[in-house]
Design a protein around this ligand. Structure first.
Ligand SMILES: *Cc1c(COP(=O)(O)O)cnc(C)c1O
Length: 367
């Protein structure tokens, strides 16, 4: 049997996901005790202290299938966002919702428009459906090129995907740019507005959430993986017109997200104090990193998410820096897969993790 003969061309072209190293792996490989994992934009403060009890309680019914529409959580999300429950979908992470969108809406000969430097999750799921991806280059300051994106839309375009704030750049569309973009997208083309970092961006003056400029062809994605600190549970949500949500529910795997994930997210969603602490720590950490970079002549982009992108001169410098930091116990993420081979993304951690970053950086560059 030749496996290659079994595969459609588009699946052959995909590459398996290469995960970053875990804390345990780095400890073992380099014989280190102190590890700072600043690689995956997770919440370094952990999650709400209320999660543990809620999850333990949910285990009492673990033999039963979960609520397929996550009813309680759906109601809470609808309530906070002043939408109908029928406008909300929960799934196993916003990546799952991206997959649902691709499964539900793409026909074979269509295309999607996105940027060259954005979340790889969309590249992969569109690739699974075998549609053409039109990646519009970001500007010199790593921002979305609104006119370029609008120009790339043609008769075959089904979807536009943008993360706002963007990952890995941390940049965002200013309110007027967002309006221009949405107003320019034909009404029969869907816009996926991925707001995975909404909670960090919310207070920025000229940031506009798609929730505050709603259109029937826009699907807003949010997640519990970042500011809420529940990445391990796999749970995220989408908000859109109920006609879209109804179709998406047809292709969602019936019983995702899991019952413990639903229980965890429900209490996490209500713990606004933890959320506030998380966003404050990130804000302070970002400012601190900017001054450190300014002092050490490092190029970077200002960010409104929980990560900051460092810009090096070449790919080999990025490889070298990331490896040397790893040897000091600081796990960072190269973002070549996101389209930026000479850049490295640093998740903002706790003050002590940021100390570790700075100390290791100085150690490397004094040589
Ligand atoms: C982290 C991230 C996601 C993934 O979210 P999950 O809910 O964990 O699947 C989605 N979009 C962007 C832009 C991200 O950075």
């Amino acid at each position: 049997m030749n496996i290659a003969d079994l595969l459609p061309e588009n699946i052959k072209r995909l590459k398996p996901y290469v995960a970053g190293k875990t804390i345990a792996e780095v400890k073992k490989e380099y014989g280190l005790e102190r590890i700072s994992k600043l690689a995956s934009n997770e919440n370094r403060l952990g999650c709400s202290s209320k999660v543990k009890d809620a999850v333990l309680t949910s285990l009492k019914e673990i033999q039963d299938y979960p609520d397929p529409v996550s009813g309680k959580l759906r109601a809470a999300i609808a309530d906070r966002n002043a939408v109908k429950e029928s406008e909300v979908i929960l799934a196993a992470g916003s990546e799952s919702i991206i997959s649902i969108l691709c499964r539900t809406f793409f026909k074979h000969d269509e295309n999607a428009v996105t940027a060259n430097a954005t979340f790889v999750g969309f590249f992969v799921q569109a690739g699974v459906r075998g549609v053409e991806l039109k990646k519009v280059p970001v500007t010199e300051s790593y921002r979305f090129h609104v006119d370029g994106i609008l120009d790339a839309i043609d008769d075959k375009t089904k979807m536009v995907y943008l993360a706002n704030p963007n990952n890995p750049t941390g940049t965002y569309l200013k309110a007027d740019e967002y309006r221009k973009l949405v107003d320019g997208i034909p009404e029969n083309v869907l816009l996926i507005a991925d707001e995975a970092y909404f909670e960090y961006a919310n207070e920025v003056d000229d940031y506009l959430s798609a929730m505050d400029y709603r259109k029937p062809n826009v699907i807003i994605l949010r997640t519990f993986s970042k500011a809420f600190g529940l990445a391990g549970f796999r749970i995220g949500y989408g908000i859109a017109d109920e006609t879209l949500i109804t179709e998406m529910l047809k292709t969602k795997l019936t019983f995702e997200p899991t019952a413990p994930a639903q229980a965890a997210a429900l209490v996490a969603y209500d713990d606004l104090e933890f959320l506030k602490k998380s966003t404050e720590v990130v804000k302070k950490g970002r400012d601190r990193l900017y001054s450190f970079f300014d002092d050490h002549n490092v190029q970077y982009e200002k960010s409104i998410s929980n990560s900051v992108m460092m810009i090096l001169d070449s790919e080999s410098e990025a490889v070298d820096f990331t490896q040397k930091m790893l040897e000091q116990g600081v796990i960072l993420r190269r973002i070549n897969a996101f389209g930026l081979p000479n850049c490295v993304r640093i998740t903002i951690g706790t003050p002590s993790e940021m100390d570790h970053f700075e100390e290791s950086f100085k150690q490397i560059f004094k040589q």
